[in-house]
Design a protein around this ligand. Sequence first.
Ligand SMILES: Nc1ncnc2c1ncn2[C@@H]1O[C@H](COP(=O)(O)OP(=O)(O)OP(=O)(O)O)[C@@H](O)[C@H]1O
Length: 276
Amino acid sequence: MTSAAPDSAILQLQGASFGYADRAVVKDLDLRVEPSEVIAVLGPNGSGKSTLVRGLLGLNGHLEGTVRVLGEDLAHLKDRYRLGYVPQRHTLSASVRATVEEIVAIGRLPHQSWFARRSALDDQLVRESLELVGLSDRAREDVSTLSGGQQRRVLIARALAAQPRVLIMDEPTAGVDEASQIVLADVLHRLVERGTTMLIVTHELAALRDLVTRIVVISGGRLRFDGDPTSYAERRAADEIAHAHGGHHHDDELPTRRGTPTGALGPVDHLGASDA
Ligand SMILES: Nc1ncnc2c1ncn2[C@@H]1O[C@H](COP(=O)(O)OP(=O)(O)OP(=O)(O)O)[C@@H](O)[C@H]1O
């Protein structure tokens, strides 16, 4: 909520631009993320969603404006593990010879000094993270024997083991079969129950519809919408009606395509139609 104290924000962006070399892809973004918010980041292909989240993680350029993470300037952020990250379309290579448990334990490395052995707390957090993603029974197995959806859950567990303050996920449900999508949505529900703050880039809002508290739409590198799921559905409906009556699009409207299903909070692939 905007009424919260200024220093309670997990993320605070003001006039922030992100991109590559000196080319800004995401421009002039104002965004404030409070604890326990679950934010879906939507938008057409190539609109800059990954550039935004990778920019927050320091993986591509932060070119302008201010970005504060837990009150600290991004450029001087210590303890980067506080930003947990599950990368896009990533599964573990078949050539990785490691058990599920070993991969998750990597999440504990930022908490360990180079000479120290894994502590009882490390082991406990690895166990708990595996339990949260429903993979305790696979802990000792080689990760390469797991399905794509299960490997995605291993990566979520690895991020959780680091005890991040916010979990940033780039299309967690993409490219996995429907059964795995349901399991992943269950995992995310469990995280919501624990009050985990999440920023989730997705094209599959329907899979996450019950858990998001806020929706942000990026199109053409700009923030086009920021509001709760009800206002998003209303805005979409109004936009569809305007189109049906031959209204034309303004830049600040949500990009939509005619003739696509309009179920409130339905699939959002049609957002890709126009990148105004
Ligand atoms: N490593 C890179 N170097 C230069 N430009 C890049 C790089 N990665 C992405 N871009 C460009 O940045 C723009 C936004 O890409 P980005 O991947 O952030 O979009 P996206 O909204 O996440 O798309 P998608 O939904 O397809 O994942 C595109 O024009 C893309 O070509």
